[in-house]
Design a binder for this molecule. Sequence first.
Ligand code: HEC
Length: 110
Amino acid sequence: MQNITNLLRTMAFSALFVASSTFAAGDPAAGAQLNAQCQGCHGIDGFKTAFPTVYSVPKIGGQSYDYLVVALKAYRDGDRTNETMHAIASSLSDQDIDDLAAYYSGDQKD
Ligand code: HEC
């Protein structure tokens, strides 16, 4: 009986954890403080980087929250390869990423 109780407790705890991580709350106001380092590339319509190759910079304003979080973590963790974005994302905490995603998926005007 003890084992079942423990199992149930573990399951309840995991469910709580999953629920809270699904609704990770980014703060758009905090994201707006962080976005200065992004605007130079992502804020310019049709902007292209010239290094290391000519590269179009995707527009990220209005992109979905989940997509932005996944993309930034993938760059940071090396699952998605792009030198520039890896360098930038490496300095971001999970909270920074949530905040930036909240900002860019929100009503900002870029
Ligand atoms: C030096 C220019 C530069 C800066 C600064 C920059 N980015 Fe990027 N970013 C790029 C380029 C180029 C790509 C496309 C890379 C690729 O093809 O994977 C990209 C891709 C992305 C993507 C994926 C978009 C998609 O459609 O899949 C996200 C999200 C993103 N950047 C967020 C950010 C955030 C947030 C910041 C600021 C913390 C930032 N970037 C700063 C150049 C930049």
